[in-house]
Design a protein around this ligand. Sequence first.
Ligand code: GAP
Length: 512
Amino acid sequence: MAQEDIFKKIVSHCKEYGFVFPSSDIYDGLGAVYDYGQNGVELKNNIKQYWWQSMVLLHDNIVGIDSAIFMHPTVWKASGHVDAFNDPLIDNRDSKKRYRADVLIEDHIAKLEEKIEKEVAKGRKRFKDAFDEQQFLATNSRVAEIKDKINAVHSRFAKAMAESDFEELRQIILDEEIVCPISGTRNWTEVRQFNLMFKTEVGSTADGATSIYLRPETAQGIFVNYLNVQKTGRMKLPFGIAQIGKAFRNEIVARQFIFRMREFEQMEMQFFVKPGTEMQFFDFWKQTRMAWHQALGFGSENYRFHDHEKLAHYANAATDIEFHLPFGYKEIEGIHSRTDFDLSQHAKFSGKKIEYFDPEENKSYTPYVIETSIGVDRMFLSVICHSYEEEKLDSGETRTVLHLPAALAPIKLAVLPLVKKDGLPEKAREILQQLKFHFNCKYDEKDTIGKRYRRMDAIGTPYCITIDHDTLKDNTVTLRDRDTMEQHRVDINQLIDIIEDKVSLTTLLKKL
Ligand code: GAP
C-alpha cells in the first residue's frame, strides 16, 4: 500500500478510536486545530510524563516550571519574534491559494528524491538478488543526474533562505517550473513576509488595551524566569529549566494532520552553562535526546540527525532529530546552542542585570544556553505512525493493531468476562477493583471475546485478561499478549507484579 494511503488510514483510525478529532468537528472543523479524545489524551499524557520524568526526575540539576501563555509584549521584541518570526508566502493568481514559498521548494526537492527511490526500485527489479543498492546509487547515470539537480536547487534555496532573498525564492519556483497543486499553473505573485504570531488584546479598549501575543514557543517563559529560578532554587551552573505547554503559530500551510498545527504543545528545556563549555553540552544533549527516542524501540534506522548548515544569527550549533514518518524523514525535535543571545536581549530590553555569579571564578557572566525543544503532537504522531499495523493473520483475517510501547499505551489492561452471566461479570469487576489502583484498566463485556480483543488491539492495549468459569474454581485468568496474541493462565494474585513490570514508566526510564 502507498505510504500516502497508509497515512490516510492512520488519520481515520485516530478519529474512529478516540485519539484525535478535528476541532469543533460538528462545525466541520477548524484548519490545523485538533482535539485529543479519550484515548489520545492518555497517550499524550504518557508521552509528556516520559519526557518530564526523564528531565526532572533523572537529572538533579533540572527543575520544571509552568509559565503563563500571555507575556509582556516586549518579550517578543527582545526575542526577535516581532521582527523576524516570518514565513515567505506566495499566492497562485489562478487558484487564489496561498503557499509557503519554502515549502513549495522543499516539496519539489522531495519529489526529486522520490525519483531516486523509483530508480532504485527499478534497479532492484531488474537485477534481483545481484542488486547492490550502494553501488547502484554511486554509479547509475540517471541517479547522478537527479542528485546533481537536487544539490543545485538545494544550495540556491539554502542561500536564498539564509539571506531572506524573496526574489530568488520566487525565481527558483519559476526556474523549476513548480506548479500550483490546485490550478496546475505557474501564475505566481511576488513572495511576501508574514508574521506567524497571533495577536490579541488585554484590558478594555476604553482603558487603552494592550496588544499582546499568544506565545509561539514556551522557551521565552523559561528565559524570563531564569533569575527567579536560579535564585530561589539556589541553582549552580550547569542547570536546566524544563517546561511543557501550549504554543501558537498562525501556520499558513497547515497540513499533514497534527504535524503542523496552529495550536500545539512543546516540551522545552533550556540548559544554562558556562560560556566556552556549550559544545560539550550540545553533544551531551544530542546523544541524551537520541537515546530517549530510541529507548521506545522503534529501530535506530528510523532516526537521523539533520545538522543545520545555515545557523540563526544567535546560534553556534543546531541539529534536528528526524523520524521516518509515512511522508518522509521529518523534524520531531530541535537541539540548539543559542549562546547568550536570549538572556542578553532580555537584559537589554528589561534593563535588569541577568547574570550568574560564579563562585569558583569569583566573577559574573551571562550563561550560554543549550535548548532541547520537542513538539508533543509530532511525538504523538511518530508513536502512532510507527505503531500502526494491518496485520495479516494465519486465518486469512486482517487485524488492525497499535504496537504502542506498553508504558505509553492509553489503557494497560482490559478486564473481560467471557460471558455476561454465571457470576463472571461480578468476578471481573472484583478483579478490576484491585487492579485499577495500579494501572489504567478498562472493563468490557459487550460482544464476543474476539471482537473485544480486536477493539483492544486497535487502541494498543498491551494486555487483556479473560475471566471464565475456571476462574471461579481456581482463581486464575487468561492473560493475552497484544503483540503475540499468545494466552496463558495466570493466578490473579500474580497479575499486578507481572503486568506492572511490563507497563510501568519506570521500566522505560531505566533503559535510559
Ligand atoms: N524554542 C525553539 C523552537 O520553538 P522550533 O524548531 O520552532 O524551535 C520546536 O520548534 C519543535 O516544536 C519542533 O521540532 C516541532 O516538534 C514543534 N513544532 C513547531 N511548530 C509546530 C507546529 N506548527 N505544529 C506542531 N508542532 C510544531
